[in-house]
Design a binder for this molecule. Structure first.
Ligand SMILES: [Zn+2]
Length: 436
């Protein structure tokens, strides 16, 4: 099983220069390889593979005295840039032939200093971690901001092996991300077999869930996030007023990037905590398969940010349910979980985002919007109409018995909605003005 471990680096000034030099080398190699490939692509519709580029580069770097600086950096930086380029070209062809999902890709572009992400990768050499340090080829021992114990313990015990180390810079801060092959003992079945929860990833709450016993779980967005989002809005307004290309514009852009990175950190942290907890408590988790790529084009800031959270949450739930011996079920993208009444099944034609309470015109049900959606997702899984995702594995019967599949108004389930409505008052007050 592959897993990533990411640590923030705290390099010395000499190390920082080395980091920049390696990132520059990777960028140079990408651009150099891209120029060769472009030539060949235009002439004969093919390109050089990573191995061919590496051979060409080895010949050129010895022949051309202007490239004598190459030896200052690990040869991995060049080699991995060629591999990235090769992958980008293959993705471009796949996309062109319609064999790749998502947005159409263009021909890979040249990278410009300051306009691209500074990044490079090591796959060979001394890559280690211990205490609050990591050891990387050429760079030696670099201090980290936090302990690497999580990974170091696994390496020591022999249950993990580092495959590569990618070093990159986000908002002036350097990070190393290890791709690690981990031997994880995955249980055959979940410790709480038969439990299920429908989860709605909301805009106002981080997530709202309704489980098979009828309990409603609401995890509000973290408070520091709201504060940081306010700062973000102010900073982006200030940035938009700066004159393009000026020194002040560069400064405000750097500030904006730092706040964006902070928002991403807080969000990731909250999502990790929430999804770890859910995966441990429930065998089956049902959530919506949202078109995240399409949604993030939304122009409203808070909305766009929570949209990014959806993709991350779904990914985390996918692998964490697997680690716990459970499964994640994704409802079809077009399933109207928000617009459907969880009481009688009537579907509304329109439901605006600002309507926080779902009011059914057919049976008179009034319940929290996200809670209604979560209950629908849970019911959907129980009815067996869902689409299983790749992480899911086989459908295990058994949990359906706990779930009221067919909820009729006026029967036991209506009473259940009543209890939920009681809890709802507390829930909604918590959510006012949140940005999830
Ligand atoms: Zn209804």
């Amino acid at each position: 099983m592959r897993q990533a471990y990411r640590f923030a680096l705290n390099p010395g000034s000499a190390q920082e220069r080395m980091l920049l030099s390696h990132a520059g080398a990777a960028r140079f190699a990408w651009n150099w390889g891209l120029a060769r490939c472009k030539e060949r692509y235009e002439a004969e519709s093919s390109w050089y593979s990573a191995a061919e580029l590496h051979r060409l580069w080895n010949a050129e770097k010895k022949a051309n005295p202007a490239l004598a600086w190459w030896s200052e950096n690990s040869k991995c930086a060049y080699q991995e840039a060629f591999r990235d380029l090769d992958r980008a070209l293959r993705d471009f062809i796949k996309s062109k032939k319609g064999l790749r999902k998502g947005k159409r890709l263009g021909f890979p572009k040249a990278k410009r200093r300051g306009r691209c992400k500074d990044s490079f990768r090591f796959t060979t050499g001394a890559i280690r971690c211990a205490g609050t340090t990591v050891t990387l080829p050429r760079l030696g021992t670099v201090r980290t901001h936090e302990s690497t114990r999580r990974l170091a313990d696994r390496l020591e015990a022999g249950t993990a092996r580092i495959l590569s180390a990618t070093v990159s810079r986000t908002a002036q801060r350097w990070f190393v991300s290890f791709t690690v092959e981990v031997n994880r003992g995955v249980p055959q079945c979940h410790t709480r077999s038969g439990t299920a929860i429908g989860v709605d990833l909301g805009v106002s709450a981080l997530l709202t869930g309704t489980d098979d016993r009828g309990a409603v779980i609401t995890i509000p967005g973290p408070k520091p996030l709201r504060r940081t989002l306010r700062r973000l809005r102010r900073a982006s307004r200030a940035h938009s007023r700066r004159q393009q290309g000026s020194a002040n514009c560069r400064k405000s852009a750097a500030r904006l990037a730092r706040i964006h990175a902070r928002v991403a950190d807080i969000r990731a942290d909250a999502l990790h905590k929430a999804t770890t907890d859910l995966a441990a408590r429930y065998e089956t988790i049902v959530c919506e398969d949202l078109n995240v790529a399409g949604m993030t084009r939304n122009r409203r800031l808070a909305r766009a940010i929570s949209d990014q959270g959806f993709g991350a949450a779904r990914r985390m739930l996918g692998y964490k349910t697997t680690w716990n011996g459970g499964r994640l079920i994704l409802a079809d993208r077009w399933y109207p979980s928000s617009k459907t009444c969880s009481g009688c099944g009537a579907v509304k034609a329109k439901l605006s985002l600002s309507e926080r309470t779902y009011r059914c015109g057919t049976c008179g049900l009034a319940t929290d919007r996200d809670e209604n959606a979560a209950r629908n997702l849970l019911n959907l899984a129980a009815s067996g109409a869902e689409r299983l995702n790749a992480c899911g594995g086989t459908v295990r019967p058994g949990f359906a018995g706990h779930v009221p599949v067919n909820q009729e108004p006026g029967t036991a389930s209506a009473g259940k909605t009543g209890t939920a409505a009681g809890q709802q008052a507390a829930v909604t007050s918590k959510l006012t003005n949140a940005y999830w």
